[in-house]
Design a protein around this ligand. Structure first.
Ligand code: ATP
Ligand code: MG
Length: 362
């Protein structure tokens, strides 16, 4: 069976280091591993509109920002198909049929959607589109017969919902759709990177992000202002590394050889953590190290972005061509789905013969 990746991001803002460690970095590795037959990367504008219906300009502006972030991280249009969700009407059709296979109470139980509803103060007035976006996400994944979905931990309930839809569809209409597997980061710190404010998730909507496109100075300022252990007041105080965003970021980004370069008093992160825990190590020193670590990772991304920023029309061309290619794949799946559901009336010769015979025989 082909190995196919589908994943994506909502164009609600530029991408941040949470996206990078949660999914983007892995995608680039997978792309370059040569182990996948097809890789589809989607800018989920239709999904972004489910909670930004009154703000289409925000979505429109951020399409190119996300595309620039993709290209600057190393997603390569020669190896990965980069496309825009709304340009594939087939995805809406699939969602419409899948809606019959999911109950309202099942959607209400989705923990990510529950948390997002709360975060957006939607309790009293949830847009139907937002409430049902896990179904539309199942359409996105299955349209490409994706086997592998590399995402952050918050997406687990979506993949679970997709699997249920696939099983239900296949059991009712016959084997048609492919059940995807989620691919979470192996590094625990990357599952859900916290915000610089210490909140559980770095998220565009929470304004607590370090963006991939932030300037060197912005990154430095954000790192120096980061939330740490609130009880670590004096340098001599023992500190906590668990739940401390500065150390979580180091877990996500730091490699041993960076110590030799930027903090030679320590051989590795374990030694640094041990010192912080027993006391005598100040936050400023750790933050300065984190800043160096982040700058090393972000500098080449920033430099590639500058190059792509000079070629905006070419970026749109990449998305246009990617959307064309993706649409062909989705359209093939939609044909399969309609055939399985027996709603492909005009290609169904058996149906025509059957009906004709019924009337001839009367
Ligand atoms: P929004 O607030 O608009 O939902 P977001 O910041 O949550 O934006 P998404 O576009 O919803 O970003 O997520 C895109 C991908 O990035 C998903 O795979 C998600 O799991 C991953 N991701 C987002 N935030 C983080 C994070 N803080 N840590 C790890 N992965 C993340
Ligand atoms: Mg999100």
């Amino acid at each position: 069976m082909s190995k196919i990746i589908l994943t994506g991001d909502r164009p609600t803002g530029r991408l941040h280091v949470g996206h990078y460690v949660g999914s983007l970095r892995r995608r680039v590795e997978l792309q370059n591993s040569g182990m996948f037959d097809k890789i589809y990367i989607m800018i989920a504008d239709a999904q972004a509109l489910t909670d930004n219906a009154e703000n289409p300009e925000k979505v429109r502006q951020n399409i190119v920002e996300v595309a620039l972030d993709y290209l600057s991280c190393g997603l390569d249009p020669a190896k990965s198909t980069l496309f825009i969700q709304s340009q594939l009407p087939e995805l809406c059709e699939l969602s419409f049929y899948y809606m019959n296979l999911v109950t309202v109470s099942r959607l209400q139980r989705n923990p990510t959607v529950k948390a997002e509803i709360q975060m957006r103060n939607f309790e009293a007035s949830i847009p139907v589109g937002f409430f049902t976006y896990p179904i539309s996400q199942a359409a996105d994944i299955t349209a490409f017969k994706a086997t592998t979905v590399p995402v952050g931990e918050d997406q687990l309930p979506m993949i679970e919902q997709t699997k249920e839809i696939v099983r239900k569809f296949n059991s009712v209409y016959g084997d048609t759709l492919v059940e995807p597997e989620v691919l979470l980061p192996d590094n625990k710190a990357c599952l859900r990177l916290p915000g610089i404010d210490g909140k559980a998730k770095m998220s565009k909507s929470l304004n607590n992000c370090i963006y991939l496109s932030d300037t060197e100075e912005d990154v430095r300022k954000k790192v120096m202002s980061m939330f740490t252990d609130p009880n670590h007041l004096q340098v001599s105080d023992p500190g906590r590394v668990e739940g401390n965003p500065v150390f979580i970021y180091l877990d996500a980004f730091c490699k041993d050889d960076m110590f030799a370069e930027y903090l030679p008093d320590y051989a590795n992160l374990d030694e640094l953590k041990a010192h912080y825990t027993r006391g005598g190590l100040g936050d400023v020193k750790v933050k300065k190290f984190l800043n160096n670590v982040l700058q090393e990772e972000l500098a080449p991304i920033r430099a590639r972005r500058k190059e792509w920023e000079k070629q905006i029309p070419a970026v749109y061309d990449i998305l246009k061509e990617g959307s064309r290619v993706a649409r062909e794949a989705a359209s093939q799946t939609l044909d399969d789905v309609k055939k399985s559901m027996k709603i492909n009336y005009f290609e169904d010769n058996a149906l025509i013969t059957e009906q004709a015979q019924k009337y001839q025989n009367v």
